[in-house]
Design a protein around this ligand. Sequence first.
Ligand code: ZN
Length: 393
Amino acid sequence: MRKLSSIVTLIATLLVVCIAILIISSHKPTDAVDKTYTSQNHTGMKTKAQPAGKQFQSEITLGAVGDILIHNSVYNDAKTETGYDFTPMLAPVKEYMISPDIMFANQETILGGTELGLSSYPMFNSPYEVGDALKDAGVDIVSMANNHTLDAGEQGILNATAYFDKIGIPYVGSYRSEEDQQKPRIITKDGISVGFVAYTYGTNGLIRPEGKDYLVQYLEQDKIINDIKNLKPQVDFVVVSLHFGLEYQRYANDVQKLLVEEVSKAGADIILGHHPHVLQPADWIEQDDGHRTFVIYSLGNFLSGQAELYQRIGAILHLNLSKTIDENNNKTVSLSDVKIMPTYNYRPNYQNYKVVPLIDADQYGLSDANELFQEMQEHMKSYTDDVTVVEKL
Ligand SMILES: [Zn+2]
């Protein structure tokens, strides 16, 4: 019996050993396969990781405000013992102007300085200190192409451009010389380059001195298209500033829409409209090849002495610009996250000028600020839902 039981034990032990060997041997190749797979996978990742060094992904914010029209009530309010100080006027919205990586403004009135004599409507000349306030509020580039560019003559433009050079704010659309005009206006932030061009419908009947077309650029479609096509290969995004439309019209007219279509076709990515002195809606223009252009037809007045309610409502625009370069060196750029914050020009009795968020205007004596905000929210989205109108940025 003992012999039999030890044989059974031996067979059982052998069986266990055999099974164990079988299990181990069947696992070994599995492990090996796993390892090979892992290693292949790893190698695969490595192959990907090398171009990953070339991969690039970046995103910046572009901001914009509309017309800065320095009427006499505005500069008189800014008067100090030694000069002018406009910084308190922008203080309530400064945080929203500082935050974008690139901030654009339409400097409608020429900064010819006090030496040319300050003046108001209809032929403006403004103090240099307006530029200091823009610099302080984070403005990175100004358009100088508008219907008031020639108000203080060639000297006004020479003074203004020299002052912008001195404080380090690039200007666009009006130039000191042909050579200056030829220099592309490109701002690069976090690896994303943005080029700017600017044009105006006219200059209130004032004409450019002969041979000095560079002093202000008009809305000449062929020139605009040419400029965009020249600039486009040098940058990731092209921003076109258009001083157009009819004053006080709250919606874009057909002339604006036709030009925007052509400018979009030529490759513009962003179109910043201004001149009507009131807000006009935003829109997206899509081309057959998939190219998408964002347009705001009018940014309204940002800071001015104009009186009517809608002339006292402007906006600060923010939008995201993103760029990706994949492992095959293909670049893709896109625009997203358009936000518009309506603003209000506070100034009881044409004094104590302040630009404030419209939603806060009830604290500045505008009793129906909330309803006006709702109205602007609908108004700015008249052409598209793909923009957000926000109380605060
Ligand atoms: Zn204008």
